[in-house]
Design a protein. Sequence first.
Length: 468
Amino acid sequence: MSPDQITTWAAAGESEILEFKRSTGQRREAARTLCAMLNHRGGRLLFGVEPDGRMAGQQVSERTLEEIAQELREIDPPVFPSVERVDVGGGREVLVVSVSAGHSQPYAYRGQAWRRVGATNQSMSRDEYNRVLLERLHADVRWENQAATGWSVKDLDQEEVRRTLDEGIRIGRIEDPGTREPEAILRGLGLLEDGSLLRAAVVLFGRGDRLLPDFTQCLLRVARFRGTEKGEFLDNRQFRSHAFELFRQAQRFILDHMPIAGRFEPGRMERIDEPAYSPLAFREAIANAICHRDYATGGSSIGVAMYDDRLEVTSSGTLHFGFTPEALFEPHESRPWNPLIASVFYRRGIIETWGQGTIKMARWAEEASLPKPEILEIPGAVVVRFRRRATEEALQKTTGKTTGKTTGKTHDAVLALLAAEPSLTIPEIAQRIGKGSRATERIIRTLREAAKLERIGPAKGGYWKVLE
């Protein structure tokens, strides 16, 4: 390394990955900075450079190097940074100490963990320390992959287990094991280990009457509020059940309460419906809440709240692995917090491509001429917020759009409705979507001809299966 490189760094000034120290007399402060950089994305510390970037250098002896090494041994877990000596003339040197982002985060210096914020160091709170530690251990030790003590296959909704297998086989995401025994199915899904059910199996299939007192977090809270603030309830319910039933109930509640604007276009006899929210988008948000929430906190839940101007889906926990709300709307790697639960939802066909859900939500909202969804972090939870069109004038802007697009929105609403309630009859579907029975029959016929919907069983006692 040449003095020119030191000059270039010094001219750039201090940042989250670069800090200057006048001499190794400041080695304690330097070790704190290196600890913070290890907990961030790495960086360099230069001994012998003034805070203003002036390259002064210092005399370096073997004892100098030993003192630095001694101080760095106070960082735990142990680290082995690179130390380079750069001659800057006049018998003086600059020491460059470099670290990469640590693989054993969180790191602590003299018992305190630090994090890098801009060009400063801030102490980690206990909650943040625990979060970083959980993320490091995540591959091997998670809440979902621990044994569900006291639980057996008879405590699960075995029909839901079989439905998951049948649907996974139908869409090509599960190979037919040649058996419909729940225990064998669970083993194939990775939910049974050494003869013991995992907690993920309980979340996915646990019977509602068996969940208390062990699994209080398998809870969905839904509410329709009057106005735009939490206050007066128009509807307020709670559901305690396995993930698939909560998934259905959340969609059913939204579809029951979601306003649908109707309008007519010249030359058309049928009314054109505009749902207040994209059914595909809020379906994805509910699935994400189930797959990515924090189940470790007893009493936590998933929430669906509808106001006059917005819909919010809330899940307990926080964003992990450095994700920010903004980054989730850009291409990103999939890092599900509960990979076992997410894997079963994927095999069931509920989620499509890991890492694309939030991007799809934004696209579906745009296609429906709705505002882009928002993702917010609040204490103890993550919120996905869908807003309605700001004004009726904005709604009218869709008037000139093609019939195919508006018809597609109605078809999407029917598919979302039947995904949540597959046993609905034609009259019940018509009532939900605000159309006549004949118009509804035409929609159903179109969806069946397009291989998007299939009828299983007889007219009485059968059910609808959404194929796409």
